[in-house]
Design a protein around this ligand. Structure first.
Ligand SMILES: Nc1nc2c(ncn2[C@@H]2O[C@@H]3COP(=O)(O)O[C@H]4[C@@H](O)[C@H](n5cnc6c(=O)[nH]c(N)nc65)O[C@@H]4COP(=O)(O)O[C@H]3[C@H]2O)c(=O)[nH]1
Length: 708
């Protein structure tokens, strides 16, 4: 083979039995820049092919042994010699010998007598053209390999869109078989809406001289396929079009888009999509000087449904809610105004049980209130989950553009605030945002922060209020009540901070602190030899739901060393209305240890007997709202008397709280209420003052009508 190294001469192998001819040929080729090797016959020539392989052979035809034709034929059978140029030297210039030479694989021939200067030129020419042919063939092989590796279809077309050549990519299915394409115009093959943009692409590619891309879709037997055609000029009047099937890529893009913009559970637009849509609608409303309404809807008590019926039921409910909203909100008759038709209402799920509805172009607040009311009525119709009918109500907060905010984030925040206000107002209602709500929310957030700091910095303490025997004033119990000495605001009432602590979850550490402090106090009084009564501690709903509550109570009892019988936990009726078997069992476990349970505020809630039976309740507390009306209000006297009778019948203890006057005391005494608590006997006091009372053992109420 011809070496590419610059200074290496091409090698010519001269094969001739005539020594003189060999010598003359050698001289000639050497002058033309060849490195010459010589063989005296065909056998010798074939033996010399390997070391080093020649770049050209000059082959005499008539030789003893195997002749030049045969040498040429055998040579061509070797793969590495297939392309070595061979010039046959023949004395026979008849046509038959020349044909034989070519048939044997020769590239050229020279007839004797030889024209020596021409032989040199010819050898060089044959060498050059063999070299070019080899490069061309290598290039073709490379191109074929590349073509085989390309998944795309490749077309060659003229400037008018006529198919000139075609290659089917391995990963693409032909719209029409190749045999039917060639020579035809694209307009006769492809649908007009596809042929037209491709034709434009061809013209632009030829005009501008660079790549044009056209995306299109074709119907195929297995459904629509998406394609990307890259059109590049090929000469002045032809183009090469590489067509890729991008169906999978398109599907993936759609999937990504769906994941990014749609909620997977309900198929509704998600938060991201909602925010973008809201931005868009706000820009439109700004341009047109229109009002826009944002409704923020939250299902009431969804957590409870999730907790009691399980997450899959919760998911199912959310899907059903979304389905109903999508279906009904789209219908033109949901909102009478034409502006709020199918394209005018945008519904989205923000996450959890929160949904939003955007009403663009609402120029009357009346329309918004009508939509909110209808939406609530729509969702209030029962849902069927499995075999169970579920009724959910919803709370809606509404913020209006431009009155309540100029951008999406502010409107959303304000609609959310209004929704919380609707919850505070007893749920199942809608509320319009108002500036004062933000003030309330800010104050509430500040309070949450202050509570956290207050807990860290020991700003809370407990007061203790004695409970006495109605018969003789003996102290029979004590209720622990929390107090907060705020560094700036002074004494803050539990009525103010307990609901906030409850909502924010801070009631859990706070309640634990109360329990721990009260138990330590019990121990201290016991060490001082004074305590005989048990101490009641309030427990909130959130505290009781916390998974570690029961273990913590047991741990605090054992850590402080008190007897469990010395502790009474006061639960509210509402806690017991949401019974989970876990809680019943847990409370029974604590009761088994000795802990007492009382129901606080008895009579204000559902007052159902069934929960009293299920829970290990030992004591009912008549709420002070009933005591306040004694003895004059017929209603209150009736309720108080009924509770006392019921407690006696059920074998429960009963105590009336909030006893402030002598008349209330005497009425309750006559009604056989055995225990009393209230300002008439003592206000809540610090531990040392309670200790003095405990030493005394009993409290005599003042004879006049004024509380202490
Ligand atoms: N008008 C009037 N009021 C009387 C009279 N006698 C007692 N009180 C007040 O009535 C409330 C009785 O506590 P409650 O019903 O459990 O109601 C409590 C209880 O629900 C809650 N609370 C207090 N301390 C705690 C606590 O440590 N944990 C929890 N979770 N809640 C607590 O805050 C509520 C209010 O507590 P306080 O402001 O301490 O109010 C106490 C007490 O000071 C009276 O004769 N007249």
């Amino acid at each position: 083979m011809l070496s590419n190294a610059e200074h290496v001469l091409p090698t010519a192998l001269i094969v001739d039995d005539d020594y003189v001819m060999r010598m003359l040929e050698r001289e000639t080729l050497a002058q033309f820049g060849f490195d010459v090797l010589e063989a005296a016959d065909g056998e010798q020539a074939l033996d010399m092919l390997d070391d080093p392989p020649p770049d050209l052979l000059l082959l005499d035809v008539e030789m003893p042994g195997i002749d030049g034709f045969e040498v040429c034929r055998r040579l061509r059978q070797r793969w590495d010699m297939a392309r070595v140029p061979v010039i046959v030297v023949t004395g026979m210039d008849d046509l038959a010998s020349i044909n034989r030479a070519y048939e044997s694989g020769a590239n050229d021939f020279v007839a004797k007598p030889i024209n020596w200067p021409i032989l040199g030129h010819r050898a060089r020419y044959v060498l050059r053209s063999a070299q070019a042919a080899r490069q061309l063939s290598e290039l073709k092989e490379k191109q074929a390999a590349i073509m085989r590796a390309i998944p795309d279809m490749i077309f060659v077309m003229d400037w008018q869109g006529t198919y000139l050549d075609y290659k089917q990519g391995y990963a693409t299915t032909a719209f029409v078989p190749a045999s039917e394409l060639l020579g035809k115009n694209m307009a006769a093959i492809l649908p007009a809406e596809v042929a037209k943009p491709i034709q434009q692409g061809i013209e632009l590619a030829l005009l501008r001289g660079h790549l044009q891309t056209v995306l299109y879709k074709l119907p195929m037997p297995d459904g629509s396929h998406h394609y990307e055609a890259r059109i590049t000029p090929n000469g002045v009047d032809k183009v090469v079009i590489v067509v890729r099937d991008i169906t999978t890529q398109k599907l993936n893009e759609d999937k990504i888009r769906r994941l990014a913009y749609f909620d997977t559970l309900t198929g509704m637009p998600n938060r991201q999509s909602f925010l973008e849509r809201l931005d868009h609608e706000l820009a439109r409303a700004r341009r047109n000087h229109h009002q826009l309404a944002l409704l923020f809807l939250d299902l009431d008590g969804f957590k409870r449904i999730n907790d009691t019926l399980g997450h899959s039921a919760g998911d199912y409910l959310l899907q059903a809610v979304a389905e109903r909203m999508k279906e009904k909100l789209r219908a033109g008759d949901f909102v009478a105004r034409p502006a709020l038709d199918e394209s005018g209402l945008h519904v989205a799920r923000l996450g959890g049980d929160e949904f939003t509805v955007v009403l663009p172009d609402v120029d009357e607040t009346h329309t918004v209130s009508m939509v909110a009311t209808r939406l609530q009525a729509l969702l209030a119709q029962p849902f069927l989950i499995g075999t169970q009918e579920i009724v959910v109500t919803s709370s809606i907060g509404i913020a209006l553009f431009p009155a309540d905010g100029d951008d999406a984030a502010t409107l959303l925040k304000h609609a959310d605030t209004a929704m919380y206000h609707a919850k505070d107002q007893g749920r199942n209602n809608w509320q319009l945002y108002h500036q004062s709500l933000t003030t309330q929310t800010t104050a509430r957030m500040a309070l949450e922060t202050d509570i956290r700091k207050g807990l860290e910095q020991g700003e809370f303490h407990l007061l203790y209020q004695p409970q006495v025997s109605a018969a003789d004033g003996t102290i029979v119990g004590i209720e622990a009540l929390i107090r907060w000495q705020h560094p700036q605001h002074g004494m803050v009432s539990p009525a103010q901070f307990i609901p906030v602590a409850e909502e924010s979850g801070q009631i859990v550490p706070m309640g634990e602190w109360v329990l721990d402090t009260a138990c330590r106090q019990i121990m201290e009084w016991q060490l001082h030899g004074v305590l005989t009564a048990r101490v009641a501690v309030n427990v909130s709903a959130r505290q009781l739901r916390s998974p570690h509550f029961l273990d913590r109570v047991a741990a605090i009892i054992s850590e402080t060393g008190i007897r469990a019988e010395q502790l009474e936990l006061e639960l509210t009726e509402s806690i017991l209305m949401d019974p989970e078997s876990r809680q019943v069992q847990g409370l029974c476990r604590l009761r088994a240890l000795g802990v007492h349970f009382a129901i606080d505020d008895f009579g204000t809630g559902y007052s159902s007997l069934s929960y009293i039976k299920r829970f290990p309740i030992g004591m009912l507390k008549i709420d002070q709202s009933f005591v306040r009306g004694l003895p004059n209000s017929a209603n209150d006297t009736g309720i108080a008397t009924a509770i006392i009778a019921m407690a006696h019948n059920l074998g429960l203890e009963v105590i009336a709280e909030g006893v402030e006057t002598r008349q209330q005391f005497e009425f309750l005494q006559q009604a056989k209420c055995p225990k009393l608590q209230g300002y008439l006997f003592s206000r809540p006091l610090p531990p040392d003052e309670v200790e003095i009372l405990l030493r005394r053992g009993s409290i005599t109420p003042p004879s006049d009508h004024t509380a202490k």
